[in-house]
Design a protein around this ligand. Sequence first.
Ligand SMILES: Cc1ncc(COP(=O)(O)O)c(C=O)c1O
Length: 308
Amino acid sequence: MVERLPESGKIWYNGEFVDWKEATVHVLAHGLHYGSGVFEGIRCYATAKGSFIFRLREHVDRMYRSAELYKMEIPYSKEELTEAIKETVRINGLDACYIRPIAFYGFHHLGVNPAGCPVDCAVAAWRWGTYLGEEALENGIRCAFSSWRRIDPNTLHVTAKATGHYLNSMLAVHEAKEQGVDEAILLDNKGYVAEGPGENIFAVKNATLYTPAIESSILPGITRASVIELARDMGYEVVEKSIKKEELLSADEVFFTGTAAEVSPIREIDDVPIGAGKRGEVTGAIQRKFFDVVNAKEERYMKWLERV
Ligand SMILES: Cc1ncc(COP(=O)(O)O)c(C=O)c1O
């Protein structure tokens, strides 16, 4: 069972902190009816050097870019939202947590054209462990290719992290659960590997890393970008390209990246074991490096950590 949210503490809502239970939305809010919102998922890590938010600037930039793509004007500056995010962590006394900023069209009218609707904005944070479980980080997860294709750039802005997009992810997750596997892998509309419902994907073959390029309808993940940089710095070659289903199945190793999933090995796809059917060597090395970085153990990447 998925854990219920805490219902205590404070949420930053349109410029002020309100009690968790007061942070509510009208049933006729535009965003509720049409999925017209943009958001982020951000992690804060408790380290021996204090609490740090991972790549906060990049997350805030992506949120404003998502809003821009959908012509939504967030009524706060990036600096104001950044401060609201940090203050939400502080005011709730959290050290390690997941942070969820969101901006959406609120209550005014219900025409599809949102003109005139306010853009409501909130930031919540709560304690949260690993997304797919500790065991998953160690031993890897089981996945299946979804029969649902990832949303397409001819229909939606696939590079935006927008609320309405997640109906696509939800369908894929439902299907995966029905099949009894941990997570889905979606293909793009051309049949190439795109990503998970909330994760980017990497394959390892002969110690080279491959990951779908932006052209495969992926969300440009911040963990993905970090892993590409880390892997290159570690001396691995990383290739962004279109990846066929068969290439994924015949890879030595496959893993997911994401704020929630962090670096999660995939040990099986459609009942076919990947490589040795457990976390591979390269995945293990990248995972260790990633956790060292987010835990402030790597001076070189302290630039990615923002003190709370
Ligand atoms: C659809 C989708 N793809 C990929 C990702 C991974 O992105 P990030 O590493 O920025 O969390 C996410 C999570 O935000 C996502 O929702």
